[in-house]
Write a protein that binds this ligand. Sequence first.
Ligand code: URA
Length: 426
Amino acid sequence: MRMYDIIDKKKRGQELTEQEIQYVIEGYVKEEIPDYQVAAWLMAIFFHGLSDHELVKMTEYMAKSGDMVDLSKIQGIKVDKHSTGGVGDKTTLVIAPIVAACGGKVAKMSGRGLGFTGGTIDKLESIPGFRTAIDDKEFYDIVNRTGLAVIGQSGEIAPADKKLYALRDVTATVDSIPLIATSIMSKKLAAGSDKILLDVTVGSGAFMKSKKDAIILAQKMVAIGEGAGRETKAILTNMDVPLGIAVGNEIEVVEAIQTLQGKGPKDFQEICEVFAANMLMLAKIANEKEAHERVKEVIANGSALQKFAEMVKTQGGDPEYIYHADKFEPAKYHQDFIAPQDGWVVKMDTEICGKTAVVLGAGRETKDSAIDPKAGIYFYKKTGDKVKAGETVATLCASDKEKLKGGVEYLKNGYFFGDQQVDPMK
Ligand code: URA
């Protein structure tokens, strides 16, 4: 087999065989095929796409390029949930305890913040003492005992994706829907769950800016999951505004606690309950009607919050912070962001909102920078909300005065005000 012939075949829009795909992925990981040939191949995929068969095979070989997590030591059906990324997305902190409180098993590997999107691991690590580096044996033991654990990626998950992503990043091939689908799903297949629930975000704070593209991405990821023998379901969610009110780390943990008590912001509470119910259905724990009832029940009777506190304790954190969220000290500096006119918030650039959080210190400016767990933003008013001149629409928080000033400047490009009411869902 020759890489030249495989590039040429894809360039002409022809379907590659499983052996050809295996040759490229394995050869690239072993550094037998150079970057420039793989870059040409990726560009050919960018223009011609991949058939469902190619998608499944490419994803499987990417997953198999590293460790394949074996969750068979955990009893029951394991359902994974994955979001394609967003701003204010703290859903795992709420959904995982709800599902575990209903008898489900959640063995979740999560990531850190990437670009303008936050990461579950950074949020959890803002709870004093919380450990996310846990070895496989302890991970399985905890999930068998308590029903849930959320840890950082251990071992080497899908190294082919790491190499391909780095190459895509510098060859203008990141924004290819089939390549995004293979990238995300390779990590999901390697993470070992039996079933996968996908949160495909759409809007100005998501990878997919249009609903049409989000639907195509969802269909491709479902085709990959099902083709690889894992039942997969996708739900589209709105990322044209930040999710919930809080965007940061500690302040998102506090909002997650409120949501586990049934007192979360309406949009966020609803999304968490819908996803938790769908996970229970996928895990065959409940039918549709029962699933929604059980989710409401464990929130109302306090057992979902108790599960979260139990998870925090098991992973080395202080559960008192979960029962008494006022133990989280606020950031040293705050500044309100004020509406400049009477009228409505007519648009938000959610990517700018996420980048503002990074400027404040809630995310990383460089790969190795430390994050400020207290930095973040409360978005009290969002697209479609009525405002009065001088009213506070958001509050920015930081531990560094200069960063606070920088954040306020940055957010000016994130909010748009006008005289006409708009429908936030359009
Ligand atoms: N997230 C991923 O993991 N991969 C992509 O290609 C895009 C978003």
